[in-house]
Design a protein around this ligand. Structure first.
Ligand SMILES: Nc1ncnc2c1ncn2[C@@H]1O[C@H](COP(=O)(O)OP(=O)(O)O)[C@@H](O)[C@H]1O
Ligand SMILES: [Mg+2]
Length: 316
């Protein structure tokens, strides 16, 4: 039984191809770039037998694929409507596409999250920031896009006047869905964030990511800047204290593959601010880790495919 991988960026695919081959799990790519082609998507047609895995990216629009998420919504609805097994399906796509959705679900699961205000429309941003900062008794804050990835719209402001100047100067890029977040600035004890990789409820590993060089974080080889020290390293033997809460979050949202980012703050909190459902596992980390992220995914999907095939032959 085949695993179908639904994604948008072929550049990120080779490590997964290799992992599926190593696990002996047949896999096919379905490239969803926002174009259903001349034939369209026949909603009455039976999808092929198989297990489907979505790793649609929230930043697809930055690669010119503005409608990729809409196409993926349609395809996932179709697959689920026909009763197919879908990993990181329709509801998980909504999490991937919205930090508000992530915040709400993390909070409900008992995860410590940054104080955050969502603002629809840039014209409301300054007024909202005035209230946000006043409620905190002053201090710096962060802006970011609800539909993020790649650090979109992430910027630190020391006060509202600085934000006003940036808005007036037309410096801010519009968020893909029009929603801005104002967020508490998490002051890290060290200039690092931690990304915890989970597959099927299991902690694969946690990675330390240096933030000394700024906010734009893309772990793939394709994003490495020449002449820079490696940004990613394995946190050997580390178990996140909030792991049980993460598992509650994953179970409640039906998410089975996720990389979740947190910051350990100067005042001793572990605060979680981002969920990724399409990690590009870092090759330096993969080289030294006791387990491989892509292989854990391939093995998990292989188990689902075997169970699916078993059901098919039992019914026949
Ligand atoms: N509230 C915050 N306080 C401090 N740094 C933050 C905060 N939110 C994000 N960052 C920094 O910005 C990076 C990108 O933000 P993130 O929310 O992960 O967006 P994206 O989905 O684009 O990765 C983070 O990895 C972290 O380094
Ligand atoms: Mg992030």
């Amino acid at each position: 039984m085949t695993v179908y991988a639904l994604h948008e960026n072929p550049e990120w695919w080779p490590p997964f191809e290799a992992a599926f081959a190593a696990e002996g799990v047949p896999v096919e790519q379905w490239l969803l770039t926002g174009d259903t082609g001349d034939a369209g998507l026949d909603l009455d047609a039976e999808p092929p037998e198989g297990v489907f895995w979505s790793r649609m990216s929230a930043s697809a629009h930055t690669r010119g694929h503005v409608l990729a998420k809409e196409q993926t919504r349609a395809v996932l609805s179709w697959l689920e409507g026909h009763g197919r097994t879908v990993v990181n399906g329709r509801s998980v796509l909504e999490l991937e596409m919205s930090k508000v959705a992530q915040h709400a679900a993390l909070r409900a699961a008992g995860v410590d999250v940054p104080r955050t205000t969502a603002v629809v429309g840039e014209h409301r941003l300054v007024a909202a920031a005035e209230r946000f900062v006043a409620a905190a008794g002053g201090g710096p804050f962060i802006t970011k896009h609800d539909q993020g990835g790649k650090g979109l719209g992430v910027r630190r402001f020391d006060d509202v006047e600085e934000l006003r100047a940036a808005v007036d100067g037309g410096e801010l890029d519009a968020p893909a869905n029009g929603i801005w977040l104002l967020q508490e600035l998490l002051v890290a004890a060290e200039p690092v964030v931690t990304r915890t990789e989970l597959v099927d409820g299991e902690h694969v590993y946690s990675v330390r990511v240096s933030t000394a060089q700024g906010f734009e974080l893309c772990p793939a080889d394709a994003c490495a800047l020449p002449g820079q020290a490696p940004l990613f390293s394995l946190r050997e033997g580390y178990e996140p204290p909030q792991l049980d809460a993460y598992r509650r979050f994953l179970a409640a949202t039906g998410t089975t593959v996720a990389g979740i980012e947190s910051i350990e703050t100067v005042d001793g909190r572990v605060v979680t601010y981002d969920v990724n459902t399409n990690t590009n596992y870092n090759p330096d980390v993969e080289a030294v880790a006791p387990r491989s992220g892509p292989r854990a995914i391939a093995a998990y999907l292989g188990r689902l495919a075997a169970a699916e095939a078993g059901r098919g032959s039992a019914a026949a």
